[in-house]
Design a binder for this molecule. Structure first.
Ligand code: ADP
Ligand code: MG
Length: 269
């Protein structure tokens, strides 16, 4: 039997696996020199259904490369990704994936609501569901009054909220978030983190959130995967009960040990 076809382990806490990654390897070949760089090196992880996990890692360790593969944007990898028990083939995952980036990537000529309509239409969501979904997510993110605004009339935080509405409205099975709050000021980022958890508590989803901010990872996630040089080096469960207070001293304590571990792994301690 091919080693890659052995059964994948169930995720933590006995949850049904949302997806599993086995021996995921990604290499880039430099144009000109032809030098091969291994960016993901037999990466393994299993994420439970409706689990909120964070990937914490230094810049350049392969976090975005990993998310791009999960999003189905890059089919050129070795290893196996299994989603809800089905093996992804040709880079196509058999689920709806939402992807949120550091920049909101909105269409500037459309209003807030039209930006969301564009996503609903692109994802072929039945038109009779549009109103309910928009009402719900615009209200949840406090953007209801701004539906008719264009992106240039909104602050950075509001634009990122809108990007969140856009990705949630299509009801993704898996939401990928690549440092979505790292371009915002700390106060705005903090509000968005709190709102994200409220939304996640209300409308459970599987979330993979990439960050290099360890406090953010401790506050948000069920588990942190510390990544370095293309591999998961450590898995840290965050057992603080939910709903969580942002300034819970247990999160501060955990953060101290996660920072220590992060520095140790990144080679700075
Ligand atoms: P992170 O998101 O953790 O900061 P990335 O996944 O963006 O890191 O990049 C990991 C490494 O892969 C970096 O050294 C980067 O230069 C390289 N890399 C990313 N995309 C490409 C590409 N399309 N071609 C060549 N190298 C790339
Ligand atoms: Mg990145």
């Amino acid at each position: 039997m091919n080693a890659l076809l052995t059964p994948l382990v169930p995720s933590a806490k006995g949850r049904a696996a949302a997806f599993s990654v086995a021996d995921l390897t990604k290499r880039f070949t430099a144009i000109g020199t032809g030098a091969v760089m291994t960016v993901l090196d037999r990466l393994n992880l299993t994420v439970g259904q409706n689990e909120f996990i964070c990937i914490l890692g230094p810049s350049g360790c392969g976090k975005s490369t990993f998310l791009n593969i999960l999003a189905g944007l890059d089919p050129h990898y070795e290893g196996r990704i299994e989603v809800h028990g089905v093996v992804a083939t040709g880079g196509k995952l058999p689920i709806r994936v939402g992807y949120l980036f550091q920049e909101p990537r909105l269409l500037p000529w459309l209003t807030a609501e039209q930006n969301v309509d564009f996503a609903l239409s692109s994802c072929k969501v039945a038109r009779e569901q549009w109103k309910t979904r928009k009402d719900e997510y615009f209200a949840m993110t406090g953007l209801d009054r701004f539906r008719g605004h264009h992106p240039h009339q909104m602050s950075g935080g509001m634009c990122q909220r809108l990007a969140l509405v856009r990705s949630l409205c299509v009801e993704p099975d898996l939401l990928l978030m690549d440092e979505p709050f790292s371009g915002l000021d700390e106060l705005t980022a903090r509000r968005l983190r709190m709102d994200l958890l409220k939304i996640w508590n209300a409308r459970k989803k599987t979330i993979v959130f990439v960050t290099h901010n360890s406090y953010e990872a401790c506050y948000l996630s069920d588990r942190i995967f510390v990544m370095a040089a293309g591999v998961v080096r450590e898995e840290i469960p965050i057992n603080v009960p939910r709903p969580r207070e942002y300034d819970d001293p247990r999160i501060f304590d955990l953060n101290r040990s996660v920072v220590r571990k992060f520095l140790e792994i990144a080679g700075d301690a």
